[in-house]
Design a protein around this ligand. Structure first.
Ligand SMILES: NC(=O)c1ccc[n+]([C@@H]2O[C@H](COP(=O)([O-])OP(=O)(O)OC[C@H]3O[C@@H](n4cnc5c(N)ncnc54)[C@H](O)[C@@H]3O)[C@@H](O)[C@H]2O)c1
Length: 311
């Protein structure tokens, strides 16, 4: 298959590319504007079967070769990145989704959208099932990201209904692992870097807000299970092992043998109080569930970050 991955040089995109290349028949077109991605993330991939295209998804996309499958993963993904690039984020989710859907339509390709647990906003039910419509501030400080992703879902569903394109949507919950950017404010990398440097560990609010963390290999396995299935539908992919940010910081302090102390700062606006995926639908339909426990995933991530910091 010829597979286009927008955001292909990013964190999840690069891990997905690696796994897709295991099938010797696949050729990848990785389209990325390098806003938050890094060409080093894909430098190790087999050159003959990977074409890198430096391009912004908000601009029209033409690919001469026949494309069989489109993954739309391009978007700033962390609060720091989307706050720094608000208009690009809005356009990647809206115009970028329309552009990539148009390409899928033209090539008669299957389409796969990376959506997010952010579409549930600050959820009023827990755990969140795919049927829940969310509790999102439509013009708040995160709206360039979460409302753009909600629009992206609407666009994907509309193209599927109107043009009979085969589409799949994955709502990814917090994912961590090697190749995350170290300075983009995501909680796992933030805490590990501070702990390894024995700096104060910043906790926003009182640390009782909860998240659930999925190791990147598990998230990518869920994405591939959906890709390979005959389910043209929406699925939560994440790890339901919910914990408070304070609990997460204690595990990281233990694994890094750090002497850091916790300090508390104000909670950002619209920060969700809880996040926990209900993955029953993925378990039953895709025969997928996460396998990597938190300590193992964090240990692999800490080892990678140690090497990055030593560079
Ligand atoms: N990592 C997570 O926990 C998580 C959770 C939910 C959803 N997601 C979604 O998964 C996707 C990948 O996220 P990630 O964590 O790998 O982030 P990332 O920042 O590492 O990857 C995003 C990639 O998209 C590229 N990009 C951004 N805007 C672009 C544009 N306008 N045109 C072309 N390329 C552009 C970036 O350069 C980067 O390579 C995103 O769509 C994100 O919303 C991620």
């Amino acid at each position: 298959m010829n597979i286009l991955i927008t955001g292909g040089s990013g964190f999840i995109g690069s891990h997905l590319s690696e796994k897709l290349l295991i099938n010797g028949e696949n050729k990848l077109f990785l389209l990325d504007n390098l806003l938050t991605g890094n060409i080093n993330n894909i430098a190790h991939l087999e050159k003959d079967r990977v074409i890198f295209i430096e391009h912004d998804v908000q601009d029209h996309i033409e690919i001469d070769e026949k494309i069989d499958f489109v993954f739309h993963f391009a978007s700033a993904a962390s609060p720091v990145a989307y706050t720094e690039h608000p208009v690009n984020t809005l356009k990647a989710g809206s115009i970028g989704t329309i552009n990539t859907l148009g390409l899928a339509k033209k090539h008669n390709a299957e389409y796969f959208l990376a959506s997010t647990s952010e579409v549930y906003g600050d959820p009023l039910i827990t755990p969140q099932t795919e049927e829940y419509w969310g509790n999102v501030n439509p013009n708040g400080e995160r709206s360039m990201y979460d409302e753009a992703k909600r629009f992206a879902e609407a666009a994907t569903a509309t193209y599927a209904r109107t043009y009979n394109i085969k589409t799949k949507i994955v709502r990814i919950f917090n994912t961590y692992g090697p190749r995350m950017q170290l300075n983009d404010g995501r909680v796992v990398t933030n805490l590990i870097v501070q702990a390894l440097n024995n700096e104060d560990i910043t906790i926003y609010g009182d640390g009782s807000q909860t998240r659930s963390f999925s190791y990147v290999d598990d998230t990518v396995a869920g994405i591939l299970a959906l890709m390979e299935s005959d389910k043209y539908d929406v699925f939560n992919i994440g790890n339901p092992n919910e914990m408070s940010i304070k609990e997460l910081s204690s595990v990281i302090l233990k694994l890094t043998e750090s002497k850091s102390k916790l300090i508390y700062k104000d909670l950002p606006n619209d920060d969700p109080k809880q996040r926990k995926p209900d993955i029953t639908k993925a378990k039953e339909n895709l025969n997928w569930e996460p396998k990597v426990d938190l300590e193992s995933g964090l240990t692999l991530t800490i080892d990678w970050i140690k090497k990055e910091l030593a560079k």
